[in-house]
Design a protein around this ligand. Sequence first.
Ligand code: URA
Length: 200
Amino acid sequence: MSALSELYKEIANCRRCELARQRTRVVPGEGAEDAAIAFIGEAPGWHEDQQGRPFVGPAGQFLDELLASIGLKRQQVYICNVLKCRPPNNRDPLLTEIAACQQWLDRQLELLRPKMIVTLGRYSMARFFPGETISKIHGKARREGGLIYFAMYHPAAALHQQTLRETIKADMLKIPALLAETQKVPEAKLADRPQQLSLL
Ligand code: URA
């Protein structure tokens, strides 16, 4: 069993916050274990809670479309969330829940070691771009420690605000060039990454 699958078992037993009581299923994340790119959303919604898989509802359908627009399938990337359990009625995550769940995301990223991290929405952005606002930094890349961080609006935002749909699509189209850039990062820099990730 892979280290990531072992971690999923630990996550499945997590009782670090109140969300554990109300969940139907834990949603650890899924995708290629050697994925160069990880997409990180906010928290499972109703569909995800039912299926135990990230982004399988309407926002997930749009994410699949966005991935297809750059020639990727979800099996080729990694997809997970800041929270692994659904907040009741899809309310915003609480700071205490984010703190309780943080170690899981940290450990996932240490095992995956992606070359590019794409944040989907405000909560994921806050983790990797502290103090920033999404309207200011979406579609812009930050290069640090051999990794590229890229912030996008949450795909669900496009379901409520049609005008954002085009913005999200345009931001997605910037990803292939950035991914190509990551192929050129020297291995020496990549060796430093576990520490860099845990500092974030
Ligand atoms: N929204 C998210 O942020 N994550 C999901 O998995 C589904 C919807």
